[in-house]
Design a binder for this molecule. Structure first.
Ligand SMILES: [Zn+2]
Length: 383
């Protein structure tokens, strides 16, 4: 595997400093700006002209701090690789449990080809969380204008009716009350929940989606950081994230904020791609539901369960064979054989091949939580 070059060598005053050269990418520059003079106490920063490399000099005691795992996940990849390969034994640590991690796979945007580039996912050796340590700075550019497909007026009522099973999933455990939906897209579920009597507050980062949700009569808060808005709300009876948590830069902060916001007996319901699925094992970086780089974190159910338990949330229901889960499983088989862009509208032979696999294996996958996506429901302790 090709690794970006990095040189670690002693400066002219080896007793005091380590000098590290990294590539002069925009990402590395902004990373240097973010840390310069702060916790890494960089003593000197040299930029070559023409700038192909950045060189930073840090006091030697900071090397110790790096080796102790004080890793900034936004650290330049070159520095991580180089450091790991040479002196400092440094790798990203799991953003959830702090465990050691291993490089998992490198993927491109196979689904939409909205941008070029390779995206490196790492997997926690302890809890299995798979994540993208280097979130692209132009992540917004990887969401094309048609990412949230528009709905014809005649499609609205059938779409709302299709959300009813998810509403029932929540209503099975709580009476209607305040419900937070994070990432409502066009607000179809939010509208279905509102009709069932829930007082829905939607949090959405896309301004167009926010407008649509508001137009449907549902309160929408425009934010890319729900963890900052949740503490401002009164206690909620339910929180839902339908295929959203994998898109959040800090899903763990959001889960903590939800745990703090839910009232006793309140419900958290979410659905997300399943990194324990048979399809992910079979397809790896080709898997449609990896959806690099839009999916930033894939969470095994066991890790989610453990994390939820820390917020006093107990798992009461988990399935990979709900209607949406089965549909996504089918999509996984249909599209993962295709060449990029895998989500193009003109599927060919490989699509039919996937159909055959999906029909053959679908029932088996659904039985053992091997399906492409799972839905999980948690209830907050009443103690
Ligand atoms: Zn972990």
């Amino acid at each position: 595997m090709a690794r970006p070059p990095v040189r670690l060598h002693a400066s002219s005053r080896p007793q005091q400093a380590q000098e590290i050269e990294i590539g002069a990418s925009a990402h590395n520059r902004s990373w240097l700006d973010a840390i310069n003079g702060d916790k890494w106490r960089i003593t000197r920063r040299i930029e070559h002209a023409p700038a192909r490399k950045l060189r930073l000099v840090m006091p030697q005691e900071d090397e110790q701090r790096i080796s102790m795992g004080a890793l900034n996940p936004r650290m330049p990849t070159a520095m991580r690789w180089g450091a790991r390969a040479t002196v400092i034994q440094m790798t990203p640590t799991c953003p959830r449990c702090g465990g050691a991690a291993s490089f998992a796979l490198r993927a491109e945007d196979r689904n939409r080809m909205a941008g070029r580039g390779q995206f490196e996912y790492w997997r926690c050796d302890a809890c299995g969380v798979l994540w993208l340590p280097d979130i692209p700075q132009d992540l917004g550019a990887h969401y094309p204008a048609d990412y949230h497909p528009s709905l014809a007026p005649s499609e609205l009522e059938p779409a709302i009716a299709a959300e009813q099973p998810r509403v029932d999933l929540v209503a099975e455990h709580v009476e209607p009350g305040q419900m937070v939906e994070i990432g409502p897209s066009q607000g179809i579920f939010a509208l279905a929940a509102a009709r069932a009597g829930f007082d829905v507050v939607a949090m959405e980062m896309d301004p167009d989606c926010c407008r649509q949700v508001t137009d449907r009569g549902v309160r929408a808060i425009h934010t890319a950081a729900p963890q900052e808005e949740l503490p401002k709300l009164g206690p909620s009876r339910a929180a839902v994230l339908w295929h959203v948590i994998e898109h959040l830069p800090d899903p763990w902060a959001v889960l903590r904020a939800i745990g703090a916001n839910l009232e006793p007996g309140g419900v958290l319901a979410l659905a997300t791609p399943n990194p324990d699925s048979f399809q992910f094992r079979a397809f790896g970086a080709r898997w449609v539901h990896l959806d690099a780089p839009r999916h930033l974190t894939l969470i095994p159910l066991a890790a989610l369960r453990e994390e939820a338990a820390r917020q006093d949330l107990a798992l009461v229901n988990a399935t990979a064979s709900d209607r949406v889960g089965l549909g996504l499983n089918r999509l996984g088989w249909q599209r993962s054989f295709l060449r990029p862009p895998a989500l193009r509208p003109d599927p060919r032979f490989a699509y039919t091949l996937g159909e055959v696999f999906g029909r053959t294996l679908g029932a088996w996958e659904a039985r053992g939580l091997r399906g492409a996506a799972y839905t999980a429901v948690f209830v907050k302790g009443t103690a």
